[in-house]
Design a protein around this ligand. Structure first.
Ligand code: ADP
Ligand code: MG
Length: 189
């Protein structure tokens, strides 16, 4: 409850055969959490419904079981909180709290654009955690389009530079699990 997962999802409950572009053995290796000890990041990229949030939560739960300090956030909520903290003078404190986590999960980066102020504060957060604590980020947008997410190519490449230096990238392409029944029904006709 403390980590604020929106649902409970597990590695065991993930059907890897449905999504062959996901490297099953590698995900199971990540679930052993040595990436957290090394402050490495994990990036899940891909279209909606392919399991990005599911796997992020599953890895986060494993970390909670090992008593790691974990927080699950949505990118837009996180940015809103950073901007609010900036306004009321608690940004330094907020950065410190977020900096102390062993795993910060940021979901749904890219669905909503982030303004220049938000991008700037987000960059400070990424810098704060760089080589100190792990981040899992999920995004529907390839790196080439992150300039659009942050409305600024320079800040986007500074963010990517730090995020990617020690990172594992899981690029997923395949059908949405959410619509699999409907799609199956259509293609069988
Ligand atoms: P994304 O975050 O990539 O949009 P989700 O992880 O939220 O997608 O997946 C959508 C729904 O489908 C969730 O309920 C998730 O648990 C389920 N799901 C997705 N892929 C799989 C899979 N391969 N096996 C089992 N459930 C899956
Ligand atoms: Mg998702």
């Amino acid at each position: 409850a403390k980590a604020k997962f929106p649902q409970i999802k597990t590695i065991e409950g993930f059907d890897f055969s449905f999504q062959p572009s996901i490297p099953e053995a590698f995900i199971k290796e990540l679930a052993e959490l040595s990436f957290i000890g090394k402050a490495e990041n994990v990036l899940f990229l891909g279209p909606p419904g392919v399991g990005k949030t599911h796997l992020s939560i599953a890895l986060g739960l494993k970390a909670c079981e090992k008593r790691k300090r974990v927080l699950f956030t949505y990118a837009n909520e996180l940015i809103e909180q950073l901007m609010a903290a900036r306004v009321n003078g608690s940004f330094g404190k907020k950065l410190q709290i977020l900096g102390r986590l062993e795993l910060l999960i940021i979901d749904e980066l890219g669905y909503l654009p982030i303004n220049k102020e938000g991008a700037n504060l987000f960059f400070q957060l990424i810098s704060k955690r760089y080589e100190k604590g792990s981040i899992i980020i999920s995004s529907n947008k390839p790196f080439e389009e992150w300039g659009e997410i942050f409305c600024d190519d320079v800040i986007a490449s500074a963010i990517l530079d730090r995020l990617l230096h020690h990172s594992h990238i899981i690029a997923i392409n395949g059908p949405s699990y959410r619509t699999k029944e409907k799609m199956g029904a259509t293609s069988n006709n």
